[in-house]
Design a protein around this ligand. Structure first.
Ligand code: ATP
Length: 354
């Protein structure tokens, strides 16, 4: 088990900065997500922590020890690249015991460890089978078995479920999380899938263009996005953005936007300029008495809820409402915003005003 601290970590490839100065802390036993779009620097960050890439600047501490310049093999970390990467000519038992055999561990001890790991993963009955004929799920479990058998301090996983179809992916995500909860080993997991990060992670770092946009629990990041990028990247459908020019005073709990007063959580600093009012679809209700009005242009049925798109003077807005509430395309509706949950952003910097 390991606590991992990252301080001002940076990586340049020639003139290009793949990871800007980054700092965050991963608590012992945490399931930690590095999330962001393709090319944002998450794999490079993971590779630096694992020791597969040396940082240009900054420090990495694993359990208090500075390891930034140490080779991967001295860091005691298991890197799960792609869960399907097994030795095809060996059976399950040999695949799992391979890392211990290479360490020169005694045969009896290896047998004991393989038995323990296969019990945790529920694969005791396939130990003597060749890996070639296994189902996808069993192959994943064997690959995991090989990673956990040597009891590393931490696990690094780079999009381990990326190649799977949606249904299987969801099942393996649940299994991985359950396995983590049983073992409690610090895990860093790279993904570009915001839903996967929200469902699996204890904490999430959201990256964009090599910069950490926000670091926090899934709930923090969803409810209190630090930037417009995070607000837009997390949640489906995305947060609605209403742009306007105006001012907000310290402690004010409402703002005037396009001749309508909207409530907002009180801000600590006054601001005047171009702002964005961000509100999630589930925090907009249809209400006849509201002054904000628009025309329904689409309704997407999702079972218990529906996503209604309403064309307003400030652009199209999406509201998530109950499917029981009847709506028709072309209908005029009022929109009520639950302002306590809204976020105001400075349009220029993209940062939340709080
Ligand atoms: P993806 O999900 O697409 O892998 P990522 O967020 O993991 O994206 P990285 O692989 O960390 O992104 O890459 C970040 C940036 O650094 C990209 O622009 C990539 O092209 C660049 N990069 C990564 N490795 C190298 C390298 N060895 N040499 C030059 N540029 C690199």
């Amino acid at each position: 088990m390991a606590e991992i601290i990252i301080k001002n970590l940076r990586k340049n490839f020639g003139d290009f900065t793949a990871v800007q100065s980054s700092s965050f802390k991963i608590e012992d036993g945490e399931f930690f997500m590095l999330l962001g779009p393709s090319g944002c620097g998450k794999t490079t960050t993971l590779r630096m922590i694992a020791g597969l890439e040396l940082p240009t600047a900054g420090e990495i501490y694993i359990d208090g020890e500075e390891v930034s310049q140490k080779p991967a093999r001295q860091r005691d970390i298991a890197f799960v690249f792609q869960m399907f990467a097994l030795y095809p000519h060996m059976n399950v038992r040999k695949n799992i015991s391979y890392p211990l055999v290479s360490q020169g561990m005694a045969k009896a001890q290896i047998k004991e460890k393989v038995a323990e790991v296969s019990r945790i993963l529920g694969i005791e009955d396939i130990l003597d089978r060749p890996v070639g004929g296994l189902s996808g799920g069993d192959r994943q479990r064997v690959a995991l078995g090989r990673a956990i058998v040597r009891e590393p301090k931490a696990f690094m996983m780079d999009e381990p479920l990326g190649a799977l179809d949606a249904e299987f992916r969801e099942r393996m995500a649940e299994e991985l999380r359950a396995l983590h909860d049983r073992m409690g080993a610090t895990t860093i997991y790279v993904t570009h899938d915001q839903l996967e990060a929200m469902q699996m992670g204890d904490k999430i770092v959201v990256m964009n263009h090599g910069v950490i946009e926000q670091f926090g629990t899934p709930q923090d990041i969803y409810d209190k996005p630090a930037t417009m990028f995070v607000a837009d990247f997390i949640g489906s459908p995305s947060m609605n953005f209403l742009r306007f020019h105006g001012q907000v005073h310290t402690g004010a709990t409402s703002i005037r936007m396009h001749h309508v007063d909207l409530s907002v959580p009180a801000v600590r600093e006054p601001f005047e300029g171009d702002m964005v009012y961000g509100i999630r679809p589930e925090h907009i209700a249809l209400s006849d008495s509201s002054e904000s009005r628009g025309e329904v242009v689409a309704a997407e049925y999702l079972g218990t809820t529906q996503i209604v798109t309403v064309k307003t003077a400030s652009g199209n807005l999406k509201a998530r409402i109950s499917s029981d509430q009847p709506v028709r395309s072309g209908e005029q509706v009022g929109l009520a915003f639950n302002g306590a949950t809204a976020t105001l952003f400075d349009n220029q910097s993209g940062k939340a005003l709080r």
